[in-house]
Design a protein around this ligand. Sequence first.
Ligand code: B12
Length: 212
Amino acid sequence: METILQKLFDAVLEGDFDGVETNVTAALEAGLDPNAILNDGMIAAMREVGVRFEAGEYYVPEMLIAARAMQSGMVLLKPHLQKTEQKSNGRVLMGTVKGDLHDIGKNLVGLMLEGAGYEIIDLGVDVPAEEFVKKAIELKPDVIGMSALLTTTMASMKTTLDALDAAGLRKNIKVIVGGAPVTDTYAQQIEADGFSPDASRAVNLVNELLGR
Ligand code: B12
């Protein structure tokens, strides 16, 4: 018998908005763990979208519509993922680096950090190094989180780190990086303060870096 999560997986893969919303709701009503709904239903489907894109079976429009379908499911899942904590543990500036338009992962990291009591300021996508520097000076965050999903845009992380360094901002601000092609080794190479492969571990990482 097809499980709810399998149906959700298929709905994201097919970009079926109604199917995504129906199955997220059904999964929540069945008492499934929101993290399992996210990871096994939706993120797994996005991974499969990537596989199909690489195989030449999917093109950009299919990727885009799957991403939008996932986002419509996230709206329903969001309140269930966040354990609301009142006090602010610190301020985090998030952005997808220059040249890169992928934002689902960045948004998820922001969502989880917000749920863990952090104030999130989202700079959006395609954020140039100068913008990170300008906003860091203006808003004095405790942490900056950079996301990159393309091997070609990972280099923008290094450019941004260098710009933050040149502006004397690295002493007081921890910089963390992530995104599918980013690894711990790469993070160390460009001298970021931390790396996490997913959103829940990003919360532990930020807690550790700030001693919370
Ligand atoms: C959806 C998607 C798109 C959508 C994005 C929509 C959106 N609003 O984000 C659209 C259609 C716009 C798109 C466009 C392109 N895409 Co695209 N896309 C994807 C796809 C299928 C899914 C990405 C995703 O959302 N995953 C789900 C999220 C939850 O996972 P995640 O992003 O990895 O995030 C998690 C972690 O990485 C981590 N994390 C992420 N960010 C951060 C930040 C911090 C600070 C931390 C700590 C952690 C962290 O936590 C997150 C949650 O757990 C991937 C396939 C894949 N395997 O990644 C391809 C993929 C990334 N795309 C790819 C390509 C090639 C492109 C295009 C160049 C295609 C084209 N010819 O035009 C363009 C580039 C546009 C641009 N300039 O950015 C390639 C990249 C290849 C490479 N190695 O560089 C991939 C890998 C597909 C493939 N297998 O070939 N894409």
